[in-house]
Design a protein around this ligand. Structure first.
Ligand code: 6PG
Length: 256
């Protein structure tokens, strides 16, 4: 198994990165809706995607996307209520979902307020109900923590242990909290995965996960390797500052 896979798209600034993500979202949505009549996307949580989400909620992006044909899902969720400041659903609703014409029934949040194991079971059923048995996303958005986690797959818990599971309730020791997360089985079935990460604080881990041997227990983001889809890393120059961006796998400054 190789190291972290995927092309690296390096953007000069966080704003350029946000525009790159919004451009990719709009392009992939138009393509999916044109080909299959709908666009199923799993949103990343955390802070990095907020700027891109805000762009999607206003012109020129908002009118580029046929929102009634978009199905919104989440890659992971904190075990809090949907109105909690920590909720990934609340972050996305505030950033753009409340501003665009996506029908409420098309927004499928993980129920962080419920018992974690039950919420994971329920979400797995939701995935199958709306995506079919192959639970294949058109776009799956992820971030990366400075410790190499992605979604809520954290170091120390072997992400490979649940090939059959679609959604998992996990106890995050260092945060002393439960989380709900898509599993690698679902993540790697996506047609297109974008890992967006920015800032100097991520630079060492980005260099490590792309340069070290495969060890997804230590570096969970390395588990992301789509079966037959596309994986792209969208990073800013600060996050790429410890990565040799002259190498063949890197497309230099890139505007979608
Ligand atoms: C979450 C995310 C998580 C996030 C990384 C990066 O719920 O926090 O799913 O995996 O993408 O922790 O977070 P930042 O973008 O805030 O650095």
């Amino acid at each position: 198994m190789t190291r972290a896979a995927g092309d690296l798209r390096v953007f000069e600034t966080p704003q350029d990165l946000a525009e790159g993500v919004a451009d990719a979202f709009a392009t992939l949505a138009q393509d999916a809706i044109g080909k299959r009549g709908s666009f199923a996307v799993a949103l990343a949580g955390g802070t990095t995607p907020k700027a891109a989400y805000a762009l999607l909620g206003r012109e020129p992006y908002a009118s580029q996307i046929d929102w009634p044909h978009v199905q919104i899902f989440f890659g992971d969720e904190r075990c809090v209520s949907p109105d909690d400041a920590e909720s990934n659903y609340n972050m996305a609703r505030t950033a753009f979902l409340s501003s665009v014409r996506v029908p409420a029934d098309n927004v499928h949040r993980m129920h962080g307020e419920d018992d974690p194991a039950q919420a994971a079971r329920d979400y797995a059923e939701t995935l199958i109900e709306f995506l079919g048995p192959d639970t294949r996303f058109d776009l799956l958005m992820l971030g990366m923590g400075p410790d190499g986690h992605t979604a809520s797959l954290f170091p120390g818990s072997d992400p490979r242990t649940d090939e059959a599971q679609l959604v998992r309730a996990v106890w995050v020791q260092k945060m002393q909290t439960h989380r709900i997360t898509l599993t690698p089985a679902v993540i790697n079935r996506a047609r297109h995965v974008i890992i967006a990460t920015e800032g100097a604080a991520k630079a060492q881990m980005l260099h490590t996960v792309r340069g070290s041997e495969y060890d997804p227990v230590r570096y969970p983001v390395q588990i992301v390797k789509p079966d037959d889809g596309v994986l792209e890393w969208f990073v800013d120059r600060a996050a790429a500052s410890k990565t040799d961006i002259t190498k063949r796998y890197v497309t230099d400054y890139f505007r979608w």
